[in-house]
Each structure stands twice: as C-alpha cells, then as structure tokens.
Design a protein around this ligand. Sequence first.
Ligand code: ZN
Length: 302
Amino acid sequence: MTSTVLTPPPCHGCGGASAHLVTTKDFNRKTTEASFQYFQCHRCRLVFMDPIPDDMRPFYKGGYQQIPASLAELRAIAADDLYRIDPVLRYKSSGKLLEIGPWIGAFSCNAKDAGFDVTAIEIDQNCVNFLNDCVGIRALQSSNPSSTMAELQESFDAIALGHCLEHLPEPWLVIQRAAERLAPGGILLITIPNIKSNEFAFLGAAWRHLDAPRHIYFYPPDSLRQLARSCGLEEVELTTTDRLSLLLSREAWHYWAVARFRLKYLRGAIGRLGFLISRRKALRDNSGSGITAVFRRPVSRG
Ligand SMILES: [Zn+2]
C-alpha cells in the first residue's frame, strides 16, 4: 500500500486550520472498502470527516432498528431506555419537547408517557408515519432539521438530540436553531460520542463510535461547551461517565476485542478488562466514550 500526503482542509465549522487525526474504514457495517479521513481544527477543536461522501444512503444499509409492529412493542423496547430521559426530568417535568432524529421513537415515546407534549423531526418517512399514526406524536419529515426548526413558529421547554448531531451536516447550525427555539429557561439535551475518550485515544481507528462514514462530526467536551456558549446557552451539566456514556465505553472494548481475538472466552475477558481499567480512568478525568450534556437558555438574555 502506498501512503499519500494528506493536505488538511479548513475546518468545516469555523474555517480554521486543521491537522489530520485518523484514517479509518467502515469496520462496523462493512458497507465499503473505502478509507475515510478525520481532521481536527486547531481553533475550535471540531473533528470532521473530509471529504464527506455526496450520497450517504449506501452507508446506512442494514443497520437500522426495525420499526415495531405496534405501540406496545415500542414501549417494550423503550422501557430499556427509560434512563435516557433522566437528564430532562431533572429540570423539566412537563411542557413541550422537541426531539431531533428520534428514529423509531423510543425516547419520544418515553417523553410522551412522562407527560410531555412531543414533536419530532425525523429524516425517515416510514419512521415519521409510525410516530404519527401509532405513537401519537407529531412527527415532521425533514433531512434538514436546522431549516425545519427555523420554520417552526413555536418554542419548546426541552429539545433533545440523542446521538444524532454527529450524523448531521452543519451541526453548529442545528445547535444555533435549537437555541433559538428554546423557551426562556428551556433546556437542550445533547448526547454524542466523545472523541476525547480513553477509548479513542487507545483504540484509534478501531474505536467503534467513530462509525465512519456515518459519523461526520465530533465535538470534544470543551468544543461543545464553546459552541453552546456562542449560541447564548449556559451549561447545566456535562458528563462522560453516566450510564449511557459508560455503555458506549463497554461496547467499544467489547467490539474491539471481538474483532481481534478468536477465542470467545479470551476476547470476553480482554474486552471486560479493557473496560474496567478504562472506567477507573474515566471516572477520574471524565473521559468515557460518550458525552451527555444539558444546556439552558437563560430566563433573561443578557
Ligand atoms: Zn474550527
């Protein structure tokens, strides 16, 4: 294999100079043999894939969760994810909630059952139909959530972006529009993979949550904070060691070991050992494989 010299492109977000970070492949779904390059901005620290394939649809084949046959089936799936709404419930117990990228709607279903008036913006038309017809929430079909949010003539008490931002073009615009759509005192919940995690540092191109080429953008914690601040939001909480984030860490080690060791018991033990060592460090320096962050629109904007 011949090596090529990569010219770092300007940052997609701020135009700043960048440096090459990692070269990887679609190890998770193996939809292509192509390599994908990620760069990191020196200025805003955004990590971005470049170039971004023109048509992403081929890379999404074969990995979706099936649409449930009924609301009862969705509720059974959603019961396992109930904890994911806890960051919202710590600050809001009712009101209008907007979810971007709900897919089959486990989070939205739990939010509705918890008493929220839920709206969803989703790219997949079949999911939109399921959410409208079976789940009973208002779902809008859109491949451009920032422009759809700009058109909505209403504000929300909570907006949720659950492992969605990393898939979207121009995520900085999505955060900006979300900030504009929040009612005073409204909260924004963001969960994304943490590129500044122990797992990425150690596993690099094999880190499961790089998930190239479906994951286009990664915000390290401080970069996400800076973006939220620039949109007029204040930080309420940010962790990388909550239940969801540590689940991602565990998955990262598990799949890494499965891909490398043939003996089932050996890879199970190595995956668990990697996770346990990594978790100790993550609890000390906040470096788990996911970020769960809550930001708030101040009651009065200064
Ligand atoms: Zn930048």
